[in-house]
Design a protein around this ligand. Structure first.
Ligand code: ZN
Length: 388
């Protein structure tokens, strides 16, 4: 009797395996339809799903301390080392733990580890003793905050690193009152300038929000208070530094990283997705300054189940299995990057719509990325508009 039971189980397994098959991009089972005919519900775009898939990335930085001639407030070298060490430790901690948004529309966004960390190249800190005066001047007739020529001579040929310059304010500007006593920064390309840190007398960790804000810019984030940042989980608001008793800045106020506020701690799923996309796109600053993904790093996590209509804006790393359940639809707009032997399974009655992109395999995975059960629906754009 037991022989029949084993035989039955064997047949069951045989048919279960047979019901799922791999699908190549040129498989004739894909239905091709004109792009204009593919509609996506606005609420289907799922940054939280993208944030679930984010893999650990490491941004390479080098710190440059500018010592300018005859300035009494130049960094003492040992102090600079302590400030940078404390600054990096706190900035990385904030990127790991993240903080819930204090201001949001509707449901509060979920809180995810950003899966971004900051490392330093060797040497981590370079001291530049300048014979001429080189200050950070934010406003007024001598303003130079957008000047990068002076600094590019220290970064030439090092495009794969994010260079963070620690600069002093001009004492004359401080005396005249044109320059406030503050901490401030600016990011352009792979250069960040930070000013006022040493003069503030505060420990390095106190500037973690400022550093992460500028790194956010380098990774493609925009200011979020006016909602022109492409994210619908960062509400519009008056951009208050701290709450006040009344007026437009009465509580609650924002604590988002990309606003000007005293916390700069919360990073929304859409902002996490934006930074990770920037690091995966070709010819971006983000893709230059991030360490390459390694093939031998294992990804962890249960399969992600798609239960309704969802859209993932790529490029994305398929770090976990995705299962599209019956009656659900998954839209993908962009490349799917494979690092581990993960798949998207289209169950019977489920639909995948791949708007554009390619399956990119840097790690020699053996099987195609998509598996379809019999009765799973596969849709892609017309061939003439396929891969970008
Ligand atoms: Zn900014």
């Amino acid at each position: 009797m037991w022989r029949f039971e084993y035989l039955g189980l064997g047949l069951l397994l045989f048919f279960a395996c047979r019901s799922i098959s791999y699908v190549e991009l040129d498989d004739e089972r894909w239905v091709e339809i004109p792009y204009d005919d593919i509609q996506i519900a606005a609420e289907a775009v799922d940054s939280e799903l993208y944030a679930e898939l984010a893999v650990q990335r490491v941004v390479r930085t080098q710190f440059h301390v500018i010592h300018t001639a005859g300035l009494s407030s130049n960094y003492v070298i040992e102090d600079a080392e302590v400030i940078v060490r404390d600054l990096l430790a706190a900035a990385n901690e904030r990127l790991r733990t993240n903080a819930p948004m204090s201001l949001y529309d509707g449901e509060p966004p979920a809180v995810y580890d950003s899966h971004i960390q900051i490392a330093t190249v060797s040497p981590a800190i370079v001291h530049h003793e300048l014979s001429e005066q080189s200050y950070f001047i934010k406003k007024g007739p001598k303003a130079n905050r957008y000047d990068r020529k002076t600094l590019q001579k220290y970064t030439a040929g090092q495009d794969s690193v994010l260079h963070v310059f620690l600069m002093a304010f001009d004492p004359d500007e401080l005396t005249s009152g044109r320059q406030k006593k503050e901490t401030t920064g600016i990011a352009f390309g792979n250069i960040i300038k930070l000013a006022g840190l040493y003069e503030s007398g505060q420990p390095g960790w106190a500037h973690a929000g400022l550093l992460n804000h500028e790194i956010g810019h380098a990774l493609g984030l925009k200011h979020s208070w006016n909602r022109s940042d492409g994210c619908d989980d960062t509400p519009r608001h008056p951009n208050c530094w701290v709450p006040t008793a009344d007026g437009p800045c009465s509580a609650p106020t924002s604590n988002n990283l990309m606003d000007y506020n005293a916390h700069q701690a919360a990073i929304t799923p859409c902002q996490i997705a934006t930074m990770h996309r920037s690091m995966l796109q070709r010819a971006t600053v983000g893709s230059q300054i991030v360490e390459p993904m390694r093939c031998d790093e294992a990804d962890e996590g249960e399969p992600l189940k798609i239960m309704t209509e969802s859209a993932l804006d790529g490029p994305l790393v398929l770090s976990r299995d995705i299962i599209i359940e019956s009656d659900a639809t998954l839209h993908i707009r962009g490349d799917i990057i494979r690092r581990a032997d993960r798949h998207i399974t289209v169950k019977k009655g489920a639909t995948i719509i791949w708007h554009w992109g390619e399956s990119i395999d840097h790690c020699n995975m053996l099987s195609p990325v998509i598996r379809a059960q019999k009765g799973g629906v596969l849709i892609k754009r017309e061939k003439s508009q396929w891969s970008l």
